[in-house]
Design a binder for this molecule. Structure first.
Ligand SMILES: [Zn+2]
Length: 91
């Protein structure tokens, strides 16, 4: 008898979780969305506060923020522009 009650309880739990599934999915999507907003705000803050790392162009030597740096195809060196990359990698 005890086993039957437990089985019934588990069945009810499964059914209620199944019915709540769309809401759980919506809640999860909402939290992911909020986290993405927070991440993008943190990234924007890092950019605007000047804490972003500066890298030196391997061709002309100018300093550029890491987010705008181009990585060379052949050498994995850092470049400020496509022109610099092509000039250096053509050598
Ligand atoms: Zn350059």
């Amino acid at each position: 008898m005890k086993v039957l009650i437990i089985a019934l309880f588990v069945l009810l739990l499964i059914i209620s979780l199944w019915r709540l599934r769309p809401y759980i999915i919506i809640a999860r999507e909402f939290w992911r969305f909020m986290r993405e907003i927070k991440d993008s705000q943190n990234a924007a803050r890092a950019r605007s506060s000047g804490t972003e790392r500066l890298l030196r162009c391997a061709s002309c030597g100018v300093l550029i923020p890491a987010s705008r740096a181009l990585v060379g195809r052949a050498s994995s060196a850092i470049f400020c522009s496509r022109e610099c990359m092509e000039k250096k990698e053509a050598l």
